[in-house]
Design a protein. Structure first.
Length: 414
């Protein structure tokens, strides 16, 4: 009985391979059913995100090839295509890996919190479908507890380490309550999508996304329930914005000083926060000279991000200590669990010997034998029969390791 984790992630495999190895939500039930049918895999959970696909399982033997082969078969990949990208973590290393993933220590963005929720969803799915048992149930509950301990006792997630998140944090410092503000998002790429997610998580619901391609803007519109407009509508909608976040691929500024001067007049000089996350810049530098406009560029935020990343790296050192301690604690439980069948057999054998000799002693007493003699015979018979097998094994094997184990088992002095 062994714990094993096998997978690939952003550090071992390019995106083209990760895409082919991914298990979508639509195919997760099928994948769980398929892997549970593999001989030698007793329990399994599949975690698949944009940055990783991993299998956590309990196997009869420490045979990583079973899971490697499943990766290939299920995704119709050859071993040559995928083996070079796969990592395998057996035993305590698998436990450590689970703890590190859930805590954001193995993420592309150090300390990011989303992976914990994704891991909880993956486990819940596997548990509901009957693919987990005593081992993985205990492992994942312990994993979630460790992630909580790390979040509580270290500063791994306290500082923004993306310019998008840093920009949202900046907004929280400027506005008393950002939930009440209107946000204009310019662009619909990865940075703006991430900004949108952070704003949505902070409770901001009044958002407008403007993009050259209305189709891409509508994708964000559908996901977050916000309004989508074209870039041509920017001048007329800019006055509505309390906050502007911009990140496009334009080679020239798309928001100039004149547009903001006009917007401020209509806003009666109510302040505007403008965060330009684009390179080259989307917003003319002269906008920063306007009263009531607070303009920040990606360079302004990058210094904050670099400082915060250094703080997270320091927190990660403390987090790794927790991972080490807690993985040892889990393995203590796991080792004890593995010894239970042997302990039960030993107790059963002892009880069988004792019960048989007790029955003999009762017959002698009923026959009128001297109780003192009966007790002496009973004690001698029990000790002789119990010690026969270990004594013969020690004589027959003549194994130093076995001798040392026997001394430890029976508390013998050297």
């Amino acid at each position: 009985m062994n714990v094993l984790s096998v997978g690939l992630n952003h550090t071992t495999a390019p995106v083209a391979v990760r895409e082919r190895a991914a298990v979508t939500e639509h195919h997760l039930d099928e994948a769980l059913k398929d892997i549970s049918a593999c001989r030698g895999i007793d329990e399994a959970t599949i975690l698949s995100t944009c940055n990783r696909t991993e299998v956590y399982c309990q196997v009869a033997e420490q045979n990583t090839q079973i899971v490697h082969q499943w990766f290939c078969d299920f995704h119709e990949l050859s071993r040559d295509e995928v083996d070079v990208y796969l990592y395998s973590h057996p035993g305590q290393e698998a436990v450590k890996h689970a703890f590190r993933v859930a805590s954001g220590l193995d993420s592309m963005v150090l300390g990011e919190p989303q992976i914990l929720g994704q891991m909880k969803t993956a486990f819940a799915k596997a548990h509901k479908s009957g693919n987990t048992g005593k081992i993985l149930n205990r492992l994942f509950q312990h994993t979630f507890s460790v992630a909580k301990e790390i979040r509580t006792n270290t500063e791994i997630g306290n500082n923004a380490v993306s310019v998008a998140y840093a920009g949202v944090n900046l907004a929280k410092q400027i506005f008393a309550d950002i939930k009440d503000q209107t946000v204009l998002l310019v662009g619909a790429g990865e940075t703006i999508e991430l900004t949108c997610r952070h704003l949505h998580a902070q409770g901001v619901r009044r958002m407008i996304v403007a993009n050259r391609s209305l189709e891409r803007a509508e994708r964000l519109s559908k996901e977050f329930g916000i309004e989508a407009i074209s870039l041509h509508e920017l001048p007329t909608r800019l006055p509505e914005a309390d906050m502007v976040f911009s990140s496009t691929a334009s080679t020239l500024p798309i928001l100039g000083k004149g547009a903001f001067e006009s917007a401020l007049k209509k806003r009666k000089n109510r302040p505007m926060l403008v965060v330009d996350l684009a390179i080259p810049r989307d917003v003319e530098s002269e906008v920063g000279s306007l009263n009531h406009v607070y303009l920040y560029t990606i360079d302004d935020l990058k210094q904050v991000v670099d400082e915060n990343l250094a703080a997270r790296k320091q927190a990660a050192v403390e987090a790794e200590k927790i991972v080490e301690q807690q993985s040892s604690a889990f393995m203590d439980w796991f080792t004890n669990l593995q010894s239970l069948p042997t302990i039960r057999q030993l107790r059963h054998r002892t009880n069988t010997i004792t019960d048989a000799e007790l029955a003999n002693a009762r017959r002698r007493l009923l026959a009128g034998d001297d109780p003192a003699v009966v007790l002496e015979l009973f004690a001698h018979a029990v000790s002789q029969k119990f010690m026969h097998q270990p004594t013969e094994a020690l004589r027959r094997r003549r194994d130093e390791a076995l001798l040392i184990a026997a001394k430890e088992l029976f508390g013998l002095e050297d």
